[in-house]
Design a protein around this ligand. Structure first.
Ligand SMILES: [Zn+2]
Length: 282
């Protein structure tokens, strides 16, 4: 993807530095509990309090830091591109586009949806309308999911922004209501539709960002499709447990994710993405 020199979004809350030094200012409840425990147990007061599960990447070499900053820049440009595209697409529907804020964190962060760690993977929280990304996921895409390439990461960002679009269109709130009404298997079915629609919106974005800015390079769409395939539930489950349990799917199979991203990209039409009424998903 051609991105160098692109506008970096300013809707970014960069907390990477905050969590780097042990005591996490934004660490919320857990951080506070650790501090209190430490005080109760009479621990020393050097101010450096290790927090379980966090901070494995606290000490970065200069090169690692440079690479991390480069990725942050990239993600900010991608976010800027999503703002430009979605502002236009929403305007065509007579709607405003209040852009989401991107929280960059390292190791862990607090969100309105609860505690986030790098193990959670990138996510969107409808409660605070923020996207949470630990940039180490970029590496994970390449190493763990075998989905390298900058556009693989762009797809991930665009997918999370897709959830923001669902929030703006009222779909996320509908889902929220369903949560209390359905059993887990039923709810999972809706969750798959929701995730596939976010993939679809990511595809729509890819279509329009190309039309608006001509930023796609040879192989980019393949990188995104490969990533969509790599993080399908069937693939992940098979990797994790050796077999597949379809009713526990919450994101969709590799094939479905591939299909919906591609459909979004091929049509560029947000009205073609009604996964909730698609016969193949009933
Ligand atoms: Zn998702």
């Amino acid at each position: 993807m051609r991105w160098i020199g692109g506008r970096e979004s300013t809707n970014v809350d960069d907390r990477r530095g905050v969590s780097g030094g042990g005591l996490v200012a934004g660490g919320g409840i857990i951080g506070v509990i650790v501090v209190i425990l430490r005080l109760l147990l009479g621990g020393g007061g050097d101010g450096s309090i290790p927090i379980p599960g966090g901070g494995q990447s606290q000490q970065m070499t200069t090169e690692e830091k440079a690479a991390d900053d480069e990725r942050a820049k990239f993600v900010k440009v991608v976010l800027g591109y999503t703002e430009d595209v979605w502002t236009q697409l929403m305007a065509q529907q007579g709607k405003q586009y209040p852009a989401p804020t991107l929280v960059l964190f390292r190791g862990q962060a607090q969100s309105a949806c609860g505690f986030a760690s790098s193990a959670t993977g990138p996510f969107y929280c409808p409660g605070d309308q923020e996207l949470y990304i630990d940039l180490s996921f970029y590496q994970e895409l390449k190493d763990r999911f075998n989905a390298p390439g900058d556009f693989a990461m762009a797809y991930v960002v665009a997918h999370e922004v897709g959830h923001h679009i669902q929030k703006l269109l009222g779909i996320a709130d509908k889902m929220e209501r369903l949560h209390g009404q359905l059993n887990e298997t039923e709810y999972n079915k809706y969750s798959v539709m929701m995730e596939l629609q976010a993939d679809f919106f990511a595809g729509v974005w890819a279509n329009h960002v190309q039309q608006m800015k001509n930023v796609l390079e040879e192989g980019d769409i393949d990188e995104a499709l490969n990533a969509a395939t790599a993080i399908g539930d069937d693939r992940l489950q098979k990797e994790a447990q050796g077999y597949v349990v379809p009713e526990s799917f919450t994101h969709g199979t590799s094939k479905q994710r591939y299909y919906w991203f591609k459909k979004g990209f091929d049509t560029g039409d947000i009205n073609q993405g009604d996964t909730f009424h698609d016969p193949s998903l009933q």
